[in-house]
Design a protein around this ligand. Structure first.
Ligand code: NAD
Length: 236
């Protein structure tokens, strides 16, 4: 309880709050975290095979089928109490590694997707063609109507660089923040996780909410469910 009160006080006293989230934020909406995502039919595949340019070159249809399975699951998912508590505060900037739309579905306005969005496809050759995808009925492997290269999800794969404009906006927001609320990320996927170190170097207060302890700087660490803890610590 003492830690919850400390987190509340830090957030209540912070003028500018930035959130930094990972798959654990959406776990209680039924969306598997990265380590859980390889279940059932997909358990036999290495994640780097399903989410890398090399894997896509080897077996593009397999990669698209995997993403389409995730898209269909996401189409029937709803924001949980953590998304809702974050979205209620319209003054926050949300930096997320999640490729889902659940923060936006809860009503959050300023969301920076460091790893792209799964509800959009783009040309793999980067000719510039990008188009929204109906996640309930996603298309099979298809060609870019502009240049003929294969289309792929607008997400960042292993070995690819982050979208530079979004990254710069995230860095700027973190440096200017009084508090960084870190929710449901293992903090091991870089460069995204470097934002926590950046906050530390910028003397930003860091509050970490996670189901298990993570190795990162923090002023307060709360171990438990995001859907329970976030509404408890974030003043409306
Ligand atoms: P991760 O799977 O590495 O870590 C998830 C973290 O969430 C873990 O530390 C776990 O302890 C914590 N967690 C799980 N359930 C929780 C809960 N109910 N409450 C609080 N914490 C909980 O995920 P990551 O750190 O986001 O990094 C892996 C990559 O996976 C990211 O690049 C991300 O793009 C991608 N990913 C995204 C989604 C999504 O969009 N929802 C889903 C899976 C993977």
């Amino acid at each position: 309880m003492e830690e919850i009160n400390r987190a509340r006080a830090l957030l209540a006293g912070a003028g500018r709050i930035v959130t930094f989230s990972g798959a654990g934020l959406s776990a209680e909406s039924g969306i598997a975290t990265f380590r859980e995502v390889q279940t059932g039919l997909w358990a036999q595949y290495d994640p780097t095979e399903l989410a890398s340019p090399e894997g896509f070159a080897r077996n593009p249809a397999l990669v698209i089928d995997w993403y389409n399975d995730r898209r269909r699951k996401l189409s029937s998912a709803w924001p949980n109490a953590a998304h809702e508590a974050l979205a209620r505060r319209d003054d926050l900037t949300h930096v997320t590694q999640n490729v889902d739309h659940l923060l936006e579905a809860a009503g959050a306005a300023r969301v920076l997707h460091l790893h792209g969005r799964i509800d959009s496809d783009r040309c793999h050759r980067s000719c510039g063609f990008e188009t929204p995808v109906d996640i309930a009925k996603p298309p099979s492997l298809r060609s870019c109507p502009r240049c003929g290269a294969p289309m792929r999800p607008s997400v960042v794969w292993f070995g690819e660089t982050l979208p530079s404009v979004v990254w710069e906006m995230a860095v700027e927001a973190v440096v200017a923040a009084d508090a960084l609320l870190v929710v449901g990320t293992s903090g091991v996927v870089f460069p995204a996780a470097g934002l926590i170190d950046l906050a530390h170097r910028s003397n930003t207060s860091i509050i970490v909410v996670n189901a298990e302890p993570i190795r990162s700087p923090a002023n307060v660490r709360l171990i438990g469910s995001a859907a329970e803890l976030v509404p408890m610590i974030l003043p409306e």
